[in-house]
Design a protein around this ligand. Structure first.
Ligand code: FE2
Ligand code: FE2
Length: 133
């Protein structure tokens, strides 16, 4: 189960808010799965999460370009790898192959925890120095 912790803060209000929402959607998916909700409901939450993540990555990447963030290439690669993984899962969902499982929830929880605490924290100083906080 994933909940927001203060240590997730990257010191940028809009980004923190987006991360909070992503964590909320992951939790919503987790709860729906545990309650045995239908695959249509699970798919809708999953798609909502996916759309929100696409917007979130675009927000971070817009600032990377704007501020000439030195870690841009590596960070964009991380986003791309995650997006590709999600695309595959989305396709499996469409074909009726994917069941929302503990394995998927563990993957989402682990990926987002590591990404926020690792990669995202790395741009904090750069964003702050450009007046974004
Ligand atoms: Fe992020
Ligand atoms: Fe990121």
């Amino acid at each position: 189960m994933m909940t927001w912790k203060n240590q997730f803060s990257v010191g940028v209000k809009t980004i923190d808010q987006q991360h909070k929402k992503i964590i909320l959607y992951i939790d919503e998916l987790n709860r729906a799965m545990k309650k045995g909700k239908s695959r249509v409901i699970l798919r809708d939450i999953f798609l909502k999460l996916d759309n929100y993540i696409i917007d979130h990555f675009a927000t971070e990447e817009k600032y990377f370009d704007k501020f000439n963030f030195p870690g841009t290439l590596a960070h964009k690669r991380e986003h791309k790898e995650f997006s590709q993984r999600i695309s595959t899962l989305k396709q499996d969902f469409g074909e009726g192959k994917l069941l929302v499982s503990m394995e998927l929830m563990d993957f989402l929880t682990e990926w987002w925890t590591n990404h926020i605490m690792g990669d995202d924290k790395e741009y904090a100083r750069c964003f702050n120095e450009h007046g974004l906080s």
